[in-house]
Design a protein around this ligand. Sequence first.
Ligand SMILES: Cc1cc2nc3c(=O)[nH]c(=O)nc-3n(C[C@H](O)[C@H](O)[C@H](O)COP(=O)(O)OP(=O)(O)OC[C@H]3O[C@@H](n4cnc5c(N)ncnc54)[C@H](O)[C@@H]3O)c2cc1C
Length: 483
Amino acid sequence: MNSYDVIIIGGGVIGCAVAREISRYRLSAAVLEKELDVACGNSSRNTGMLHAGFTYKPSSLKAECAVEGNKEFDLVAKELNVPFRRTGKVVVGFTDHDMENILKYKAIGEQNGVEGLEIINKEQLNQLDSSAGGEFAMYAPSSGILDPMQYTIALAENACQNGVDFHFGQLVTGIERQGDLYEIKTSKGSFTTKWVINCAGMYASEVSEMLGYPNYPVKGFKGEYFVLDKRAGQHLNIPVYPAPNDKGGFATHATITIDGNVLVGPDSYVVEDREDYSVTKDHMDGLIADGQKMFKHMKREYFIRNFAGIRWKRYNPETGEILDFLLESDESHPNTVNLVGIESPGITCALPLARRAVKLLADAENPSLNPDFNPNRKGIEKFSEMTHEEQKNAIEEDADYGEIICRCETVTKAEILAAINNPLGVHTITGIKNRTRATMGRCQGGYCETRITELIERELGIPMEDVRYNKEASYLFTGKVRG
Ligand SMILES: Cc1cc2nc3c(=O)[nH]c(=O)nc-3n(C[C@H](O)[C@H](O)[C@H](O)COP(=O)(O)OP(=O)(O)OC[C@H]3O[C@@H](n4cnc5c(N)ncnc54)[C@H](O)[C@@H]3O)c2cc1C
């Protein structure tokens, strides 16, 4: 079907959260995504912190949505069956100036409604985590950690199960108003729709212009990371952030991930290229130096991978001031909702922002509720997290649980097959990786990548040569290695 009531451009966490909120109504809706899966942009290139909300300007959309998103997340994680842990966070300091800034942001946090912020001394900090650097800290008990890929996938799958279509490999190239409808041109064809919601992340300003809104100036702040293996994770209980700078920004931090790895990063520097996620030696050296100040067990032998993400911030070109998230809809651009500059804390704010976006549409359309809407979604059960008894039962019921495909992360054939048959119809290697953690361990897919490819071929009938790693042309095998 190419004609909808609502089309959402972009399948990052914001587009998928909007899709889920739209599916509460009896409306036909689709997400158009240029990549081959959801969570291929910055929604998979971040720290995965559920932020508490203490660095954002009071009454800003960032502050309002962060606090709201933080408070509701236990329920959201339960509904969507995604892993989440309210670890708390420490913001550590070394100098009097650090203490001044920490106190400043503690006061802002309290104004924003963040509960439980507390200044702790070195002894208390050591009790919370002896691996954390710092002479003192602010403890924020409401911060938490989640897997941003799993969260985005869960939002999308829940939207899909409630009736939203997902079209991948559809780069939106133009939008034209035709009568009461919009015609959206893509790299593969065209779609018509009554409403358009712009969730295009790094290209949101360009899509904004396609809709007749300004091409808002945005600046890219790139941040690089180290991923440390789970041996490092055994030393860290809680995310450790440095005291914020005078503008409320955080330098390199050390964060335990929901799966037990440690992320060290991101640093921050301005870039032009919208999607240059390369990592560089100079920045790696900086991360090591800064990371050691936060995490005493930062050692080279733990490094398994690097990645980078880019925060696209809206700014005032005259003053350089960084601006709030933009969420707008007006009569001179009928039936559109425009979201631009959704940088950090976009993961934390995704559902509150989506509710606000969808309310603009619902107030105008007054659509009836979807009587079949189900907020609950079931994820793929992890063999590695089952008790021995549960593992035994799982293998008895389905022998595929007895075959380990990814040795590093103990991912079974049954889980890989469940991921291959995912509701969104995604069948790239990174699609399987983000749904199961296969290839994310110490060997980074050296052992299991070809076995996963083989399973995709067998299960879906896609020849191995046509299986892609992540992008349109990222074929894994071309030609013959051996006869
Ligand atoms: C380094 C870093 C650390 C961060 N840490 C945190 C954190 O700890 N906690 C937190 O809450 N937030 C964090 N964030 C912020 C968060 O990652 C982003 O705010 C969020 O992912 C933005 O989601 P999005 O959907 O707007 O963008 P994206 O995830 O980038 O999605 C946009 C999507 O639109 C698609 N698209 C773009 N143009 C088109 C087009 N023309 N046609 C079709 N599709 C298109 C893209 O392919 C992409 O998939 C961090 C961000 C960065 C970069």
